[in-house]
Design a protein. Sequence first.
Length: 555
Amino acid sequence: MSHKSETLPGKTEGDVEMTLHTIQTTGMGNVEDLPDKVQDALAEIKEVRQGLKQRHIQMIALAGTIGTGLFLGSGRAIARGGPLGAFLGYTILGLTVMPVVYGVGEMGTLVPISGGIVRYSEYFVDPALAFANGWNLVYGFLTAIPAELAAVAVLVEFWNTSISSGVWITIFGLIMLSTALLFVGIYGEIEFTFSTLKIMLIIGVNIMALVITCGGGPSHETIGFRYWKNPGPFVQYLGISGSLGEFLGFWTVLSNALYAFSGIENITLPAAETKNPRRAIPMATKRIFWRILMFYVITIFMVGLVVPSSNPLLLRSTGTAAQSPFVIAAKDAGIKVVPSIINAIVLTSAWSSGNANILGGPRILFALAKHGHAPKLFTRINRFGVPYVAISLFGLFMCLAYMTLSTSANIVFGWLQDLVAISTLTNWTTICITYLRFQYACKAQGIDRHTQLPWAAPFQPWSTWISLVFFIVIYLTNGYKIFIHGHWDEETFVSSYLNPPVIVALYFIYKYVKKTKLVPLTEAPIRDFLQLAEATPEPLPEPKRGLKKLNFLWE
């Protein structure tokens, strides 16, 4: 790597010179004297633009992945598990996903380069794991983006428009693709706006639910905890009587919640494009408890207050606001304007989720290509500092959304979506394994996480161990229904149990072909990245003044 400065895409000559000057003045010597991995990371950071600001990454972390899974899918959780079963399911899964976010946040703060878990598993576990899980994620994103586009088209139909769904898929797809190919700061502003709308909607519908519960609706009927008493706190799922049926209903909620929480771990994917990532990522990560409590746990609790689990509309799959439990509650209470408002913001949520996927998916592919696990073609950067070739591939796969216009093709597409659902669980398990290896590598190298790392996550490593065991148990029991007499279903079996064996097969095939080995704990490049942190110090945050002191959503 040449010490001589040259202007790179997304950087001015002054930016490059400033980085090199920082290395010199912090005692790090010439760039050539730094470890190879540090040189590669510096090159990547200089190659892209740091267009995501503090407020962008904070709001994206706060509400970026909240979408149809929460707004529309929460009703199904109530119908299957009852109000208490749904509340416990969302709470328990929320607590077990917290260590996942903490772990990825700690590693991302130390290694602020794009690609997230693909990069960390490459450095701290085994290149074969980076390859296997990386392509698992790429597949998931390739299918999730057209799924969100199809959802947007269905949501527009709520207003009974005569325009074909194909037109809406084309319009929203082109806007989404254009946004992804431009400066990442534009994406940040769009997501900032969408996240703000989602937060306002969640606060609004929870206040509405509280008012309805207390008798403040047009009907002035006080509900209280009526539905917790009749039909009851739990549901006897699959018609199985007694405590077993109630437990199965609660356990089924975990799968429903898994979809609602998916993507919550993706805050470090654009780390190289984030300004001051060693301050922004920990701030975003530390708010995970309040995010889960405010937006998931309280919301599912309020849903259980205003809609009985026996309401047949909860299991209706319209894909629009009509299936939202809050819309059902508003209609029952005689509130007419709420459905259109909820549908409009849920539409932006689906669009937002698609934007998040087209941000994350290409960064995963970019990371794979950086390590030689995908063609080098996908490392190409345009003048806006984004991986345009990788984004273009995901743009091509948007065309899968048109499959939903055909009944037979829609069935096939439904299978693809179900296969993707379990990939979230596979990714969380991979993060837990990678973070535990990172933890024990720190111990083996005599590194004190709390004093030497840029940021150390709390409650480690025991909380990650608990999450890892819990995720394995969920995987083994996720498709339990097909083993009950009369409930066999090929699609459920394939979607529940195919993904992990395929990932394991990819892992061992790559390991055999490339002869890779587990990275020894004593050789994990943690000290190299500590040198990177020393070489690129970040400015101290400016103190809050005036009205800014009242801002609690971002720093």
